[in-house]
Design a protein around this ligand. Sequence first.
Ligand code: NAP
Length: 493
Amino acid sequence: MQPELDVVIVGAGFGGMGAAIELKRQGLDNIAILEREDDLGGTWHVNHYPGLAVDIASVTYSYSFEPNPYWSRLFAPGAELKRYAHHVADKYDLKRHMEFGTLVEAASWDPDDQLWRVRTGDGSERTARYLVTATGFLSQPHVPEFPGIKNFTGTILHTAAWKDGFDFTGKKVAVIGTGATAVQLIPEIAARADSLTVFQRTAIWVVPKIDFAIPAVVQQLFRRIPLTQRAARLVNSSLLELLMVFGVLHFKQVKPGNRLAARLAKAHLRSQIDDPELRRELTPDYDFGCKRPTFSNTYFASFAKPNVTLETSGIARLEADAILAADGTRTEIDTLVLATGFNLWDVNFPAFDIVGRDGRNLGKFWRENRFQAYEGVTVPKFPNLLSLNSPYSYSGLSYFTTIEGQMKHIARLFGELRRRGQHTFEVTEAANDAFLDEVTDRLQSSVFYNGDCSTSRSYYFNQHGEATLLRPASTLRTLREMNSFPLRDYEFS
Ligand code: NAP
């Protein structure tokens, strides 16, 4: 039987779009991009809370082959990323492949017909030679079951399901969570709400954000002489890379780099908060880099405002019109904001049921064995599957480094298939084992295993306490390896 499609790509964010661009370059055009949301853009479509912006400068946080000279700021607001996603989809003719409001529920490998059977929410089935999952890392919102939350009669907003235009003026608000999202959102709420109580379980490292509007003359320079924007990208990416490689991955060898970043964050806190007790509460008790650090010039300053209170004793329960802290403090509220992040390790990895050869279930395999994927892309017994949001796939530099590395991997793999005139690939168990050993080994120098991360509650760690999200390699090394992995690591048929 011939499949209906060459490729099913699940997810129309920057990952799925990058994969589609590369697969089209490889000559595959019969592609369906299935997306559960009603528009493209992934994270940048789903998230639209006030204050949303990139936290990797835009010259770096974009496809290197599709620079946008018109970013309004060094750290572009979220809405510009959504517009950029539309621009990319138009330019690379991706929209005709996209099907919105299509939830993929399951996929299974059919060994007889050598194709993937993909079941969608309406009960129908699509067949494809290749399956690409690009469902994101931070795509399944985490909504904790706080005691009494069902009795709360006010408004509840999760940051990933925002009500546009919601007006905080005069509101009595509680925010739960102090992750990267809350760091962007809290100053916005603090500026408007009557009162704001922030429930912090784990403090976060925050360093100053050097951000400014990009003048029109610079935009024109970037447009007319693209080399200038490439140079800006190179400088910014190199600085981030130094922080990542020396501050996080080689913590064991270069502790001072990490300590310097922590000192910078502490000085930043001191410059904005006078009260030593408040400073103590806002200071993390784990090493810099255990958890994703953030950038903000206004987050700490928000806690110095008279209408803002930091609550660190924990949450006891919610009542119809109040939230009770574990220390007994009762705070009347009419709006509850859940900045409680995403669930990676329980309900993602993978985002839906995937069954490969010999009945191997990907989620079960990852949970019962170690989380693993060869080069962060492929898994033994899953022929013709490219799982873009896999363990060890995420480059610490930027999501775009991740996807561009994966595009190189796709190009090499499909180039070989074409050369051989074959249609099926599968990574060998031996290559996968060797890759897992190598990344496990390389991670031993990182802050995750040498630093003090025990209290960080970081999503970089899975439920077994292993740091299996980041690929422990420099960007240059990742790109080189994606471009040159031994072809014997795959079996082709
Ligand atoms: P997050 O980093 O996972 O933070 C979730 C917050 O909610 C944490 O402070 C967590 O506390 C708290 N929380 C969760 N469950 C709780 C509970 N039961 N009780 C009390 N507190 C609870 O999620 P996020 O802030 O949405 O950020 C996720 C990631 O998105 C970031 O790390 C970043 O990679 C990305 N992001 C990027 C941008 C950007 O500009 N590009 C902006 C925002 C976010 P604990 O720490 O104690 O668990």
